[in-house]
Design a protein around this ligand. Structure first.
Ligand code: AGP
Length: 609
């Protein structure tokens, strides 16, 4: 959701803020804006659409200043238009950029209207800037005005604040939405994500919930939720500025698809000793927790939820541990009953997904004592709020459609299945087999990537389609779901996934010669069942496209097209079968001319409900 960047320096911060916005654009791209303090005025520019529009506008009419904030928006309250774009300004004195949702904005708005404030946008954010301005008039100091204002805000926020009243001060605060401080030499910056600031610094302070930071060129003071001055550690980022470049690829998504063999090797790297998962792979107190748990509850959203669905099969099949999974946004409001000694497993690429964080908090409220996060961002809120964490090590994922995050999540989840399975019913021989399959994965994925040209050709049949069905069984049903999500997300083709056995209970009615039915067909014990389901489609004239293991003997039915995957063992085949489905979605989207990396209406990291 929305990207925030800000800076206070002795040099012109405008180009730094603009570059920061380009790097944050994956978080939202409905509109972009920038504001600086220019003497007694706030100078502001806002444009609907991508950051490029703002950059063009700044080229035509440059701005410069040493204190500024900027924003790229993913609309929640109010449509994408200039009036709703951030920064929002109150009476030419205070400017604010905001990520999150202010839930009590209507009450605040009524009170502010009574105080004579005029509203120029439909956003929830505008109440924040007026509230600060109002407090500034009574308290006399920007910092006190912000402290007073945040006490009145309900909901989630990360805020960047500047004012003509304090031209030497940048204020940042957060509650429920991420915000980092980039530490320079004689300068400070703020951003929603470290990636925004990598060109200017590798040193970061991660603000905690409730923190308010007052930044001057030569001074940084952080107040915690109770108002006490606190020290937060400075952490060095291992990321290089080019870590978020596209390289020679046309899209981030394609680059990230091709990075999967490397990403998976990174995920496995150093976590095994003599082909056995290290005892402390999940941290030193992990075993104590794993020894106590009796069941597993997985919580996640979107692609991460699909990874969890695969893991549920693994937990029960390999480890024989009872495992349940639920979409986080449902779990958080369901008043769930958790069995004692349930391990909560949250899965999230970003670690900032509001629903997943809230579901974890709900699980704790319901008495859950143990939690583990499977995450790609070590400093994320989810990791900090969990007892244990294992990083997926996918590297930054910029394309909104998750690819390498998904496959590394699956690998990491398999490590968790091993760690827990050892305490339950995972035989040593099976653990060794799974381990050796995991180590063979990068090679298998390289092979699957060689299908690119065939899949690209296949994609041509989809460009004119409006619907598609995906089928799978067992661990490959979630893979079919993920294939359907990828296709709909970036090509805007309506795609649905079904467990193949469900077909005859309704969806079969949809089958005709125009309906592509993509089937995920590994060589496993369910193959014969799946073949019968495929027959049901063929018999009704459906257009079957089958991603099959090379050992599967294909019928020569002219209606069926096969794409052959090199032999892969059942334990890890869901990971390998994901690859051609990612490629399919990618090529269909390219043919349709959609915005592959920034599909309409979506954002990478969903930090609001
Ligand atoms: C997948 O392609 C999507 N971008 C989306 O479903 C995503 O997986 C979901 O929003 C969860 O995000 P998270 O992994 O960062 O929590």
């Amino acid at each position: 959701m929305c990207g925030i960047v800000g800076g206070i320096a002795e040099r012109n911060v405008v180009p730094i803020l603009l570059e920061g916005l380009r790097r944050l654009e994956y978080r939202g791209y409905d509109s972009a804006g920038i504001a600086i303090v220019a003497g007694q005025n706030i100078r502001r520019k806002r444009e609907v659409g991508k950051v490029k529009g703002l950059a063009d506008s700044l080229d035509a009419d440059p701005m410069s200043g040493t204190l500024g904030i900027a924003h790229t928006r993913w609309a929640t309250h109010g449509k994408p238009c200039t009036e709703n774009a951030h920064p929002h300004v109150s009476r030419n004195k205070v400017a604010v950029v905001h990520n999150g949702i202010i839930e009590n904005h209507e009450d605040l708005r009524c009170a502010q209207k009574r105080n004579g404030y005029e509203f120029t946008s439909e956003t929830d954010t505008e109440v924040v800037v007026h509230e600060i301005n109002h407090a500034l008039e009574t308290t006399g100091g920007l910092l006190d005005a912000v402290k007073q204002t945040v006490k009145k805000l309900e909901g989630a926020y990360a805020l960047g604040i500047i004012s003509t009243a304090s031209p030497e001060l940048l204020i940042a605060c957060r509650k429920g939405s991420p915000l980092v401080i980039g530490v320079g030499i004689g300068e400070y910056f703020i951003a929603s994500d470290v990636a925004a600031l990598l060109p200017v610094t590798q040193r970061f302070i991660f603000l905690e919930d409730g923190d308010i930071a007052a930044l001057k060129t030569d001074q940084l003071v952080i107040y915690d939720a109770k108002g006490h001055v606190v020290e937060r550690p400075i952490k060095e980022s291992g990321l290089k500025p080019d870590a978020v470049d596209k390289g020679n690829y046309r899209h981030y998504m394609l680059k990230e698809i091709y990075e999967q063999p490397f990403a998976i090797s990174q995920t496995l790297e150093g976590r095994f000793v003599k082909n056995r998962l290290q005892e402390n792979a999940f941290g030193h107190n992990a075993n104590e927790i794993f020894d106590r748990i009796k069941s597993v509850q997985i919580l996640a959203c979107g692609t991460s939820y699909h990874a969890g669905l695969v893991a549920r099969y693994w937990f029960e099949r390999f480890a024989r541990v009872p495992c349940d999974i639920e979409v986080a946004s449902e779990f958080r409001y369901r008043n769930p009953v958790l069995a004692p000694d349930t391990l909560i497993v949250t899965i999230s690429q970003s670690g900032e997904t509001a629903d997943t964080l809230a579901a974890l908090q709900e699980a704790k409220r319901q008495g859950a004592k143990y939690s583990v996060a499977i995450c790609n961002v070590p400093e994320s809120s989810l990791v900090r709020e969990s007892d244990l964490a294992l990083m997926t090590r996918a590297g930054p994922e910029i394309g909104v459609a998750s690819t390498k995050a998904f496959t590394t999540q699956l690998v990491t989840l398999m490590l968790l299945v091993i760690a827990i399975g050892r305490r339950f019913h995972l035989p040593n021989a099976l653990e060794e087999k799974i381990t050796s399959e995991l180590f063979g994965l990068p090679g298998k994925i390289e092979k699957a990537l060689e299908l690119n040209d065939k899949v690209k050709e296949l994609a041509e049949q989809f460009a004119e389609k409006e619907h598609a069905l995906f089928l799978g069984r067992g661990t490959h049903y979630p893979i079919a779901m993920e294939g359907a999500l990828k296709l709909k997300e970036i090509s805007y083709i309506h795609a649905e996934a079904y467990p193949a056995g469900e077909l005859k209970h309704g969806p079969l009615a949809l089958i005709d010669a125009d309906m592509p039915v993509i089937t995920v067909a590994p060589n496993n014990s369910l193959l014969e069942k799946l073949k019968s389901n495929m027959q049901e489609v063929s018999a009704r004239g459906g257009q079957l496209i089958v991603f099959k293991d090379e050992r599967f003997s294909a019928s020569d039915d002219g209606n069926v097209q096969y794409i052959e995957i090199s032999q892969v063992e059942n334990e890890v085949s869901p990971i390998v079968f994901s690859i051609p489905l990612q490629l399919l979605a990618y090529h269909v989207a390219v043919l349709k001319g959609t915005d592959v990396d920034q599909p309409r209406n979506l954002a990478k990291s969903v930090t609001v409900e």
